[in-house]
Design a protein around this ligand. Structure first.
Ligand SMILES: Cc1ncc(COP(=O)(O)O)c(C=O)c1O
Length: 373
């Protein structure tokens, strides 16, 4: 079989310096996973995952794969995370694809932040609605999009952006949506477990239900598991059950998944100490970096980005730091805009103060590869 066209595409990617590879946890100190609270290491007692429950579900939830545990877990999540209903998807990617591909119809408009996650972009692409981006976190730019918006308008943002780690002006966006009769959808992937009194996320219990049509909670980050739920009204859940293809045409998750999810989310809500330790590390890192001349993206979340001098410098720096025992990852353009190629550093509750201090010091030794503030 002639697969030279595949080889050629791979060669081109490598030539552009954009070759991707799988990577395991690595031997160094974890400054790259999204396991903010260290919950990925915890698992329920084996007896609670009784094999009699079965690990397979056999079919889509709309054929015969539905079971009481799925519905009970959704109801439990809705109750604890302040929504009237919740709907499970096998991953955050699927949740966004499933939500955005069907929510707005032909003639409607999505207005989305230019730095929105790829899973949302792909959902928008599958939808029949118009979609326009607005400048990152820029309320005025969003307001100006009123001139192109048609039909029902859906504003799409993240509460903590996955690359920059910053938060949009949430209250002002809610107010704008309220004033203009727009719907708001917030992806809480990097806020869950990290922000909110008990880690419920930025949008929890804010009294924004009149504009907040949906919130997406993903469980692969701070919850240390996988999967996601779309939170909203029972009508939204019913609508998605009718129209969301990644939900309808896929095999249901197993009972073991729901038992594990509930276990992890209970730990997440109780992880007060871990959240304190996480933010101590975030503060120490920012304080340490401001004493260097290196350019750090403004963020108060555990996602911190150190700007590098282009893709090659970012990759080189990640390699050097890895050789020195720090697991960090380069983020290249076009994943991030040209000129903002970076090392993305994720702080965790389980990183020690010594490790954070050592990382800052290691970074300052490679100044030549980074931008100066
Ligand atoms: C903002 C955001 N939304 C959705 C996703 C996708 O979630 P998952 O990894 O569960 O597919 C990610 C993952 O990186 C993300 O950062």
């Amino acid at each position: 079989m002639d697969v030279s066209f595949l080889q050629e595409a791979i060669r081109q990617r490598a030539m552009q310096g954009l070759f991707r590879t799988f990577a395991g946890p690595g031997k160094g100190i974890d400054f790259c996973s999204n396991d903010y609270l260290g919950l990925s290491q915890l698992q329920p007692e084996p007896q609670s995952l009784n094999p009699i429950l079965g690990l397979g579900s056999g079919a889509s939830r709309l054929i015969s794969g539905n079971h009481a545990l799925a519905e009970e877990t959704e109801a439990w999540v809705a109750e604890h995370f302040g929504a009237d209903s919740a709907l499970w998807y096998g991953s955050g990617y699927l949740a966004n694809l499933g939500l955005f591909s069907c929510l707005a119809s032909r003639g409607d408009t999505y207005l989305y932040d230019e730095f929105i996650h790829a899973s949302i972009r792909d959902g928008l692409r599958l939808s029949q609605a118009h979609a326009y981006s607005f400048r990152h976190n820029d309320l005025e730019a969003l307001r100006q999009k009123a001139s192109v918006a048609r039909g029902r308008v859906f504003v799409v943002i993240e509460s903590v952006y996955s690359m920059d780690g910053d938060t949009p002006p949430l209250e002002a966006i809610v107010k704008l949506c309220r004033d203009l009769g727009w719907y708001l959808i917030v992806d809480e992937a990097h806020s869950l477990g990290v922000f909110g009194n008990r880690g419920e996320g930025h949008t929890f219990s804010q009294g924004w239900d009149d504009v907040l049509l949906a919130r997406v909670l993903t469980f692969g980050k701070a919850a240390g598991f996988h999967g996601a739920m779309v939170l909203g009204s029972p009508v939204l859940k019913e609508y998605l059950t009718q129209f969301s293809r990644p939900l309808i045409y896929t095999t249901a998750s197993s009972r073991a998944d729901f038992i594990t999810l509930r276990f992890k989310l209970e730990k997440l809500l109780m992880a007060e100490e871990a959240r304190l330790s996480l933010f101590r590390n975030v503060e120490q890192f920012i304080r340490g970096m401001t004493q260097t001349s290196l350019a750090l993206m403004p963020s108060v979340s555990p996602i911190q980005s150190v700007l590098c001098d282009g893709n090659d410098a970012a990759v080189r720096l990640a390699e050097l730091l890895s050789a020195e025992g720090f697991e960090v990852r380069a983020v290249r353009s076009p994943t991030v805009p040209k000129g903002t190629e970076r090392i993305r550093i994720i702080l965790h509750s389980f990183n020690t103060q010594e490790q954070v201090g050592a990382l800052v010091s290691a970074l300052s030794h490679h100044e030549a590869l980074m931008k100066i503030s």
